[in-house]
Design a protein around this ligand. Structure first.
Ligand code: NAD
Length: 435
């Protein structure tokens, strides 16, 4: 039953601009996929916002609409694409370089893709040593760079007649960093921008520009970017939703599917060894140790939170967890991952699980970008600001409040759907006999 506590959500009328810093493999695959779905009417497979149904009320009520029929999301036809890149001139070139889609699949979209032209990036090789930027903004002062991005955003808004904008970071993983004094408050960060403080990475300049222009920001890479007191404070002050970090695809997706299952049956885990080979530009960037360290720290947190070693020390208190990524060019975007999981059961007898996942990185990431863009736009229209924990479902290292992140994908899914139910004035589904 619907109650009167539904949020007031502004309608999704007019155009939604999706801006992506980083227009490489993931961004071009997303854009091509949306264009393909629009032109052919085929299903955007993997997109929860477009394909998943949501149960409302008790099971016997039989109410089970698709999510995009239940909540007011922007229509795929109303999305306009844009972004920044220091290398890709336009999305046709980016898609060709990425090699995710075949030339035959790209051919009918080539004109449309070529029309999505990347703007010059705020880029600094100190943060991504394997890339030499050629389409880079001329400003050197970091506050001037932020200003230039804000002007880009406004120009894009006007030229494309957008009613609303969202930004999703799809750029390379930046070198590892810890938060520092410059990130402590909005004031120190703004002073740091004026002083071009070395600790401010390009992704933080994009985040600042987006939030100052009222544009929701989701972070698809493992960089700190939004996980900083100054940025969280800014998002709350400006009334802008943010979420991150690091799209949950591939091996980590498998990890968050398998480990809750093992735990649900109280099977112990002694070790989890994950290795994968990847030959795209992302793999090349991650081949630099300082960039891999950023990725590693986002991948390692998952098991501890799901398995709760502090609650189950005998089952999960002594896990050897290793993660490796090797850059191996012949594979391109077709990643191959191997997991060896040493588990134990009744009487402590050991067993092993082997997973060999031949996945396609950008094919798994593209629908996540679409969902995040649509849900962040919804959150904004629903009056949300600050960290959107209900979107943890999509991230390897979800940004969360003081209670810490939730990694179990099934709990994350429940949280996402119950949030939508709550906003629309529906009861949460508890799956108890009564609910
Ligand atoms: N594909 C996945 O499954 C997946 C999963 C999780 C996270 N990610 C992350 O998503 C990001 C994109 O992945 P990808 O496969 O598209 O990589 P990619 O290398 O194909 O594309 C990244 C693009 O970002 C650009 N770039 C670098 N610094 C920039 C800056 N300062 N401003 C604007 N653009 C900049 C690069 O020139 C490149 O074109 C990476 O950080 C990756 O780690 C991807």
């Amino acid at each position: 039953m619907t109650d009167s506590t539904a949020r007031e959500i502004a309608p999704a009328s007019g155009k939604l601009g999706l801006l992506m810093p980083g227009m490489g493999a993931v961004a071009s695959t997303l854009i091509a996929g949306v264009m393909h779905a629009r032109n052919t009417g085929e299903d955007p497979i993997g997109s929860v916002s477009q394909m998943a149904h949501i149960r409302l009320g008790k099971r016997e009520e039989g109410r089970n609409p698709r999510i995009n029929e239940f909540v007011p999301l922007a229509d795929l036809d109303d999305i306009v694409f844009g972004g920044w890149d220091p290398l890709s001139p336009n999305m046709l070139e980016a898609a060709r370089t990425a090699g995710v889609m075949t030339p035959e699949d790209l051919a009918p979209l080539s004109g449309e893709l070529e029309g999505v032209v990347a703007m010059d990036a705020v880029f600094d090789q100190r943060w991504v040593s394997r890339i030499t930027g050629v389409r880079v903004k001329e400003q050197t002062n970091k506050m001037d760079q932020a200003q230039a991005l804000m002007e880009d955003i406004e120009r894009f808004r006007v030229e494309n007649e957008c009613d609303r904008l969202v930004m999703v970071w799809c750029a390379s993983t930046e070198a590892y960093q810890e938060p520092s004094a410059v990130h402590a408050s909005i004031e120190s960060f703004e002073q740091g921008l004026r002083d071009s403080d070395d600790n401010i990475a390009p992704s933080q300049i994009y985040a600042y520009a987006a939030i100052m222009n009222g544009v929701p920001f989701a972070n698809g890479a493992p960089n700190l970017t939004l996980d900083l007191p100054c940025i969280v404070e800014l998002a709350e002050r400006e009334g802008v939703p943010i979420c991150g970090k690091d799209f949950k695809t591939g091996q980590t997706l498998m990890k968050t599917l398998i480990s809750p299952g093992l735990k649900s049956r109280m099977l112990g885990v002694r070790g989890w060894y994950s290795t994968n080979i990847l030959g795209n530009r992302d793999g090349e960037v991650l081949d630099a140790p300082e960039n891999f360290m950023t990725k590693e720290s986002s991948k390692l947190g998952v098991l501890d939170t799901i398995l709760q070693p502090e609650v189950y020390p005998n089952l999960y208190g002594d896990i050897e967890h290793k993660v490796r990524i090797d850059y191996y060019p012949p594979r391109g975007d077709d990643k191959e991952g191997w997991d060896n999981i040493d588990i134990f059961g009744w009487l402590g007898y050991p067993m092993q699980i082997k997973i060999n996942f031949l996945c396609r990185d950008s094919i798994l990431a593209a629908p996540i970008v679409l969902d995040l863009a649509l849900f962040m736009d919804l959150a904004s229209r629903a009056g949300e600001s600050g960290v959107q924990e209900w979107l943890s479902f999509y991230f390897k290292a979800p940004q969360a409040g003081p209670a810490g992140p939730e990694h179990d994908i099934f709990i994350q899914q429940t949280k996402l759907k119950n949030t939508l139910r709550e906003w629309m004035g529906e009861q949460p589904v508890t799956h108890s006999e009564a609910g």
